[in-house]
Write a protein that binds this ligand. Structure first.
Ligand SMILES: Cc1cc2nc3c(=O)[nH]c(=O)nc-3n(C[C@H](O)[C@H](O)[C@H](O)COP(=O)(O)O)c2cc1C
Length: 372
């Protein structure tokens, strides 16, 4: 069987300094696949040919129940783009990244090329680069101590440099948010289709494909029949069981929402990159992070985020942060040759924008009604 955890053992000394642009882009993609993704679906495909790399949303790994609009899929792939940028800078390159405007209706998200050589690398870049293979979601109870002021400042900056926003909850807002998490858990667990979907990704046989969360050693049929909240959707309490609602605040010193100004593709990408930069900044400072994203996955609780917390724009992802008590186990990754492949299919050029007035009108209404 493949070692589905070997992706984490990447060695920077293996960078093909004298190789072709394709060799270099393929190597950078090995850092991209260490990004987080919903249920560890890894919904990305990197196709490298003719000096460029096309990143596609791999809809074979879509989640029709929990993520019907592929919003979280785009966030996951955008997190992977940020890893690419950080790794490229570390190896002395800037990237030319062109986004396909129609990615939400098709599959191709971006075409990426090596651009200029960079002679100066910032200390910040080195810290973030080192954090890529070190980072994991931490679903253990955190120490209840609040985060230090300078850590909070660094985390907020990580989000804002990518053009997204972060709202850090005060104590009252934390209680409101926890109620929304509990309500969303209840609504999702009452839905058999949700239970079937999550069961498929948490099943222990996922270890054969190198995706999902097989480390939790769950059995598909047990998950389909249970309606109790799962630790993987909340986090583990100090006793090793799923944390109950009344202990969630104590185990989550910081609860915050990362959002974007609008629901456009460009803004979702900003939110995904901001999320990744925050995760790397947190890792480099010894801060643990996990997500409690269920309120963003249900229309009613997503609206309550705006009503009860006074948020504006689009809430994209909810993070829980604190100083860790325990180091988490890594999640598997699919073998590189299943996600980074050598020859493209179809054209790798971004489509030329239609100048036709009718298609412009159609695109305008599509964006208006499909904006999430
Ligand atoms: C958009 C997005 C949403 C996520 N939502 C949740 C969530 O609601 N609960 C959770 O425990 N983990 C969530 N995760 C984390 C994934 O489960 C995690 O990234 C994946 O299992 C891979 O593990 P790793 O990040 O440690 O490599 C989310 C990740 C992404 C990118």
């Amino acid at each position: 069987m493949n070692d589905v955890y070997s992706a984490w053992k990447i060695n920077e000394k293996d960078f093909p300094e004298t190789g072709t642009p394709e060799d270099k882009l393929s190597f950078l993609a090995k850092y991209a696949v260490l990004a987080p993704s919903t249920y560890n679906t890894q919904p990305w495909l990197f196709e490298v040919s003719q000096g460029e790399m096309v990143l596609s949303l791999d809809r074979r790994y879509g989640l029709p129940v929990i993520d019907p609009q592929d919003r979280q899929m785009i966030i996951s792939c955008s997190a992977a783009i940020l890893n690419l940028e950080i790794a490229a800078e570390h190896f002395g390159y800037s990237l030319d990244i062109e986004i396909f405007d129609d990615a939400e209706e098709t599959d191709k998200l971006a075409v990426i090329k090596l651009k200029d050589r960079i002679t100066h690398r910032s200390d910040e870049n080195s810290a973030l680069f080192r954090a890529i293979p070190e980072r994991q979601m931490n679903r253990y109870h955190f120490h209840s101590a609040p985060l230090a002021q300078d850590d909070m400042v660094a985390l907020k900056k990580a989000v804002s440099v990518e053009g997204a926003w972060i709202h850090v909850c005060d104590e009252n807002e934390k209680e409101s948010l926890i109620k929304m998490i509990v309500d969303a858990d209840y609504a999702q667990n009452s839905d058999k289709n949700f239970r079937r979907e999550i069961a498929s990704w948490l099943d222990k046989r996922r270890v054969y494909s190198g995706d999902g969360m097989p480390e939790l050693q769950m059995k598909c049929h047990d998950l389909v029949t249970t309606s109790t909240p799962l630790a993987v959707r909340r986090f583990f309490g100090d006793d090793g069981d799923t944390v109950p609602a009344d202990k969630m605040s104590e185990g989550s010193p910081v609860l915050a929402i990362i959002g974007s100004v609008t629901g456009s593709l460009e803004n979702k990408i900003k939110a995904g990159k901001a999320f990744m930069r925050l995760l790397l900044a947190a890792q480099s400072r010894g801060i643990g992070v996990s997500t409690l994203n269920q309120p963003c996955q249900i229309a009613e609780t997503r609206l309550r985020l705006y009503d009860e917390l006074g948020l504006q724009g689009r809430a994209q992802i909810i993070v829980r942060m604190g100083y860790p008590k325990k180091k988490p186990l890594p999640a598997p990754r699919r073998p590189f040759d299943k996600v980074i492949i050598g020859s493209g299919y179809g054209t790798t050029k971004a489509p030329v924008k239609q100048e036709n007035i009718f298609s412009k009108i159609i695109q305008f209404f599509r964006r208006l009604f499909l904006a999430k």
